[in-house]
Design a protein around this ligand. Structure first.
Ligand SMILES: [Zn+2]
Length: 178
């Protein structure tokens, strides 16, 4: 019996399918891409109005927050975002830059403590040309890496294997957040 679950949240849809591998198979439905670059269409603004579980929010700071990616490259793929709807890193205030940096370090510590990640990819895609799916709202990716995590599946099957449900990952990380 397949049980379906609808999960809200934020992220950047790509053309990879995702194979969710817990004992329950969850059907994960992504939000549609925004119609324009306004704050009203922005999933990174909208998710701040949701409760933590519905929006997959892991931590809320003063000027920035931490949220799970709805389309993760790896389990525990987080994004650190300013609360304000700003597109470019140069538009972020001093306080936002400092808090995004601090939350990124804490995210690494938390992910290491719960999963023993061997490494990380950190980064911001600035502009659609650079790969930003939601270019209108700044977000820093924190992607944990493990030995052998890029196996044949993404190449042959255009599918990523993800061994943990997003809701479970969110509560695990939120509980471990200092
Ligand atoms: Zn926004």
């Amino acid at each position: 019996m397949t049980e379906r679950m609808h999960q809200a949240g934020v992220g950047e849809p790509d053309d990879l399918d995702r194979l969710w591998t817990p004992h329950r198979i969850a059907y994960i439905r992504g939000e549609n891409k925004p119609a324009d670059a306004s704050a009203g269409e922005c999933p990174f603004c909208r998710v701040q109005q949701m409760d933590d579980e519905a929006g997959l929010v892991v931590h809320r700071g003063e000027a920035a927050y931490v949220v799970l990616n709805l389309y993760p490259y790896a389990p525990g793929h987080l994004m650190v975002c300013p609360n304000r709807h700003v597109a470019d890193y140069t538009e972020a205030t001093e306080a936002e830059v400092v808090e995004i940096a601090a939350l990124t370090r804490t995210a690494m510590r938390v992910i290491r403590s719960v999963s023993g990640a061997a490494g990380f990819n950190l980064g911001m895609n600035q502009g659609a040309i650079a790969g930003a799916g939601i270019a209108a709202h700044l977000h820093q990716h924190v992607v944990p890496r493990w030995p052998g995590d890029q196996n044949f599946m993404p190449i042959i099957g255009r599918t990523k294997t993800l061994p943990e449900l997003l809701s479970d990952t969110r509560s695990l990380l939120a509980r471990a957040w200092p």
